[in-house]
Design a protein around this ligand. Structure first.
Ligand code: DGL
Length: 290
């Protein structure tokens, strides 16, 4: 089984993207709706939650884990990898790859939760990418994804100077969860968050939080000539490529088109929001961790 977790239900968009490219693979999803949001918690607490989430998925038969939550991917990915010996993927590296592929002027913006932006994970990754391009020693504490180490992006892009401008956008999470996807207050707050990025003349914006893709159309109207990067598409693609290159792991994954979705708190509101997120009803099961 492919295990996917998020702090809540936003990660279902990642599950949907994976399902699209790997339709026969069994999925188990866990959304920690009882403890969401992770984005304003301390790094230690985020790591503890991520560890418990991953343990739950493994207890359900996951042989590979996708951390769909940007906050947990930013803060807890290395910690998870040091605790489990199964492949664990986050959503940050795929988003960076997507942004590097898309940018033309080298100015990339990122919006995310406070914990994600404070982790400086995007800046650290890109700094290592720069050092690699110059054949200099990289920071060993920052994991360098294969796409940077092996093939780079393209000869033109690899010479380009990349600037990253980040902005935490915490208010967009509750607005999305309340279903305020096209309301004046949401537009106002989007404008507030993106105006400093616009001044930096970014041409690419990473939507570094599971909730933001739901505001994609709205953000796009305020940033007409900017490419918006939704990591769901890129992580799904990376996973498909990884499985075709790692046959043993691929064989260990069951393929009976089963999907199980668990949440740590289940309300009618959650069910309605899920329907809004996915455009269809799915069966959510309540589970108590530990
Ligand atoms: N899932 C989180 C993320 O992608 C957003 C919500 C939260 O703060 O937990 O960063």
């Amino acid at each position: 089984m492919i295990g996917i977790f998020d702090s809540g239900i936003g990660g279902l968009t990642v599950a949907k993207a994976i399902k699209k490219v790997l339709p026969s693979y069994d999925l188990v999803y866990f959304g920690d709706t009882a403890r969401v949001p992770y984005g304003n918690k301390s790094d230690d607490l985020i790591k503890q939650y991520a560890l418990e989430d991953a343990k739950f998925l493994i207890s359900k038969g996951a042989k590979i884990i996708i951390v769909a939550c940007n906050t947990a991917s930013s803060v807890a990915l290395d910690y998870l990898r040091s605790n489990f010996d199964i492949p664990i993927f986050g959503v940050i590296e795929p988003a960076v790859r997507g942004a590097l592929e898309a940018t033309v002027n080298g100015n990339i913006g990122v919006i995310g939760t406070r914990a994600t932006i404070n982790s400086k994970v995007f800046e650290k990754l890109l700094k290592n990418f720069d050092l690699l391009k110059q054949n200099k020693k990289i920071d060993k504490n920052v994991n360098v994804p294969a796409f940077m180490r092996k093939q780079g992006i393209s000869p033109v892009k690899d010479k380009m100077k990349i600037n990253i401008f980040s902005q935490s956008a915490p208010l967009l999470v509750p607005l999305t969860e309340e279903g305020h996807l096209n309301r004046p207050e949401t537009i106002k707050i989007i404008k507030y968050y993106i105006s400093p990025l616009k001044m930096k003349q970014i041409d690419t914006l990473i939507l570094g939080c599971t909730h933001y893709p739901l505001l994609k159309d709205l953000i796009q109207t305020k940033m007409k000539n900017t490419t918006l990067i939704d990591s769901a598409v890129y992580i799904a693609e990376d996973l498909r490529k990884y499985l075709s290159a790692n046959i043993d792991i691929d064989r260990s994954l069951s393929k009976r088109k089963c999907e199980n979705y668990y949440v740590s708190d289940l309300t009618l509101h959650t069910q309605n929001i899920v329907q809004k997120f996915l455009g269809k009803k799915i069966n959510l099961e309540y589970v108590k961790l530990n």
